[in-house]
Design a binder for this molecule. Structure first.
Ligand code: NAP
Length: 397
């Protein structure tokens, strides 16, 4: 049965239809492993009372060979209809003419937040001395900023018109410059700020840090900071700004603070335990997410969700790694942990906890695929063996 929305909240049936796109390259291997682990965890948690009914949707190379397009209309329609889905990595088709699946889904379902939890699991290789201090969640705005693609190539009519306008306004833009525009709105900022603060309050997180370059880009990134602080005022005494918080008893208040983007990069390395939720515009979010992922074992184990209001697509952070396609060697952890996010999003936290615990115990026993095994100096497991090991660990202490 489909997930419905009642009074603004998701209503998840006990047998829930969840569409998935298996993806290209390593996609089939890691999707198979992930579904197997998730199904087992749901059974361990709920017996026969609950189940996921996986519905395969076509996209990527499979869809091109069948329908001549990497993103058939039916796939978009079903992902919207079923609201929540899981997506494997897709190879970007060579040669233009195809619309990007991520951009299309983001626009149609208005998935305005890219959410990336970055938490260290003991056993993962990390370049940090104390990686256990890393436990942050990036809320990256997904629909504005330079990523919107408002760009004009050098010497194009659009670029010439924009340059002419700017020069009339008193700027001195060089002839032949390429132009990119960075729009950021109060609407876009407020809704992601609220999503981040709501998440912090509901999940007992300590702080929300606004990451921005507002000292230089005053009316975009600076405004992002101001609007985010303004949005936080709606939460009354449930939140407190860092300046107000100094020396006070905080109870369960969430601290709202801000840091300039370049400083943020040293903060996450030198004082990771002082940061929790990071709220940022699109480009900052892109950079900081991968920098953080590197601190906890790389993008092979970093999960993500593109989330809107009661719509979400959960996906691995990495690409389709074609050289490992169908070799049964890829690491399914990123997609698996994205599925864990998905289970929490639909409020099936029991199987999410079962998977996380089994995953931890599997790492503790150094039973890992090749990307991790080569750092740990142990014999690698195949993707399917790693999945089986996680399933076995569901019943171990
Ligand atoms: P990639 O697929 O992420 O792979 C780069 C390297 O990262 C691999 O060669 C491998 O490193 C390692 N790696 C990534 N995921 C792994 C996993 N699960 N297990 C083990 N190793 C893993 O990046 P790419 O080669 O630049 O991109 C390939 C295709 O994917 C491109 O067409 C790209 O456009 C697309 N892509 C799609 C998405 C998406 O669908 N969301 C995201 C990014 C890229 P080693 O060689 O060191 O072992």
């Amino acid at each position: 049965m489909k997930i419905q929305v009642e009074e603004g909240k998701l209503k998840v049936p006990d047998v829930v239809d969840i569409p998935f796109i298996e993806g290209d390259g390593i996609g089939p291997d890691i999707t198979r492993a992930t579904k197997k682990i998730v199904d087992e965890a749901v059974t361990v948690s709920y017996g026969k009372d609950r189940r996921i009914n996986w519905i395969e949707l076509m996209a990527g190379e499979k869809a091109i060979s069948k329908f001549g397009t990497p993103l058939p209309d039916d796939t978009v329609k079903k992902m919207t209809e079923y609201r929540i889905s899981l997506k494997g990595p897709l190879t970007t088709p060579v040669g233009g003419g195809f619309r990007s699946i991520n951009v299309t889904l983001r626009q149609i379902m208005d998935l305005y937040a890219n959410v990336r939890p970055v938490k260290y699991y003991p056993g993962l290789p990390s370049p940090l001395k104390n990686p256990e201090k890393v436990d942050m969640i990036v809320f990256r705005e997904n629909t504005e900023d330079v990523y919107m693609g408002v760009e004009f190539p050098s010497n194009s009519e659009g670029a010439e018109q924009v340059i002419e306008l700017l020069n009339r306004l008193g700027y001195h833009i060089r002839e032949g410059s390429g132009i990119g525009i960075k729009p950021m709105s109060k609407f876009g900022t407020t809704r992601i700020a609220k999503m981040a603060i709501d998440y912090a309050l509901t999940n007992g997180r300590r702080s929300v840090t606004i990451m921005h370059k507002g000292n230089i880009m005053k009316y975009t990134e600076g405004a992002f900071k101001e609007w985010a602080y303004e949005a936080s005022k709606e939460y009354g005494d449930k939140v407190i700004s860092e300046t107000e918080a100094a020396g006070k008893q905080l109870d369960s208040k969430v601290i709202i603070k801000d840091r300039i983007a370049d400083n943020m990069f040293q903060q996450i390395l030198l004082r990771p335990d002082e940061y929790d939720i990071i709220l940022c515009p699109n480009l900052n979010g892109d950079y900081i997410s991968d920098a953080l992922a590197a601190q906890i074992g790389g993008i092979g184990v970093a999960p993500s969700g593109n989330i809107g209001d009661n719509y979400a697509v959960f996906e691995a952070v990495h690409g389709s790694a074609p050289k490992y396609a169908n070799l049964d060697v890829a690491d399914p952890s990123s997609l698996l942990l994205s599925a864990v996010m998905m289970l929490r999003y639909i409020k099936w936290s029991e199987p999410a906890n079962v998977i996380e615990k089994a995953f931890l115990n599997t790492l503790r026993d150094k039973q890992v695929p090749q990307d991790l095994a080569r750092h740990l100096g142990v014999k690698p497991l195949k993707t399917s063996e790693f999945a089986e090991s996680i399933v076995q660990h569901m019943s171990s202490k």
